[in-house]
Design a protein around this ligand. Sequence first.
Ligand code: 1GP
Length: 272
Amino acid sequence: MVYPILKQARASGKKLLAVLIDPDKARRDNLQQLADYANDGLIDVFLWGGSLVNAPQSEYYLKLLRASANTTPVVLFPGSVYQLDEQADALLLLSLISGRNPDLLIGRQVLVAGRIKRMNLEAIATGYILIDGGRPTSVSYMSGTTPIPADKPAIAAATALAGEQLGMKLIYMDAGSGAQKPVSEAIIHGVRKEVDLPIVVGGGIRTPERAVQALDAGADMIVVGNALEKDSGWLPELAAAVRSASQEDSDEADEGQGHASFAPDTSRTGTH
Ligand code: 1GP
């Protein structure tokens, strides 16, 4: 199960690094390098998906990744109903709660509910929140929704809180792939103050410093995609920065703030 890993991280202050692979842009050599990093313990979670996936080789690449990095969970991050794949460990069952497009709030979920059940995929109900990242991104265009303005932390916080009250298990704030500006610390901090759920932040994170800023502001897991697609050589530096952000929280825990110790549950759903 993947969700317990996120919950444990949230409880203990351990920070997680997720690498997003867009199957349309995957390359065999890059995939192998990322798998090697994962096997060295540098990647906590793979996210798999994209706003528009046309690649006929998506299933094959996912099989390759599963074969080469078989202890790192792979979680589907689907841009459409065509992106379900039972080779994955889990699925972010996204509800685009920053938007007002009913199809992305409940319509598409209805279309895939039966398939998810029969695939025995762990579905993680995710309150997906788009934050303006400085320019239109694929996800804002494809979803036909307007992101929350970057300078409105109160709206982001109220949206996340509504997601929590509706029973969602995770909040994912996304400035969109390749965003000019990542989600700001003020927005992350505002949401962190309001909700207890694990918080995932992605979009436009291109440096270890940016990753640490998001984690220090309250994200439990950051997602990096674009910046690793062409060159994943900086991943060890990124992973070290994520670990250092964890260490700071763990120190606080040692000083009596009552966090539980981290004990990752890396067990998988039964079918894999
Ligand atoms: C996009 O949050 C992810 O949905 C990752 O964004 O590709 O900009 O890293 P990047």
